[in-house]
Design a protein around this ligand. Sequence first.
Ligand code: KIV
Length: 271
Amino acid sequence: MSINKDVKKITTNTLQKMKERQEKISMITAYDFSFAKLFDKAGIEIILVGDSASNVMAGHETTLPITLDQMIYHAQSVVRGIERCLVVVDMPFGSYQGNSKEALNSAIRIMKETGGHSVKMEGGEEVVESIKRIVSTGIPVMGHLGLTPQSIYKFGTYTVRAKEESEAEKLKNDALLLQEAGCFAIVLEKIPASLAKEVSDSLHIPTIGIGAGGHCDGQVLVMHDMLGINTEFKPRFLRQYLNLSEQINTAVSQYISDIKSSDFPNEKEQY
Ligand code: KIV
């Protein structure tokens, strides 16, 4: 399937139409100008400035430590690199859970200070009031259900979610609540493929899966995982498209050796 580059700018309407046409949506994370520019040029529809920046950019074990200021810095860099895709910025842990006013203030800071196009929040029923308030001011919101990494200490593990009937029922209900609250799309993370299909079929807004099978309306992966920069993380759902870590190791080893042997720089590489 070729990329529809006729679409000048991807908006939430574009995504809605893609769902209606059953055209799959591609999404990837990015945290800086250079990669955002590459992904946008390649034709990706959505860039997520994920709070996974806490892990892959800052080296933290969880997504909890990253701050709103740090997310804003990453999002500003991403927005400078893109022309066509839609930028979604994760609202970090602690920037929206207090109450809907706090959530709205955080979302407004993200929109004003970054030039991003939308925000993403984790959770179901418990964040519905905040989503409604944010959407009512004209800010598009993407939901996130299933494995929600900001609640890792509540669940204790990163295993597949909603395998039990009661959790699956809650997730289905949460998805409908998020749609009713005005979300333009919902990320479904690490849930059984059959449940993701049921949810995707029941919603008129798109679902974007990560470890949620092939029936979602789109897919998202963390760039460091799919490009093979981070090779320690090998979940079953991950398809690794490059082995950048090996290629970088080879290149940098060669660079070191060229310096040590005085091969670099040569005559042509100096003034
Ligand atoms: O922060 C992130 O990268 C995410 C994706 C895993 C969906 O939320």
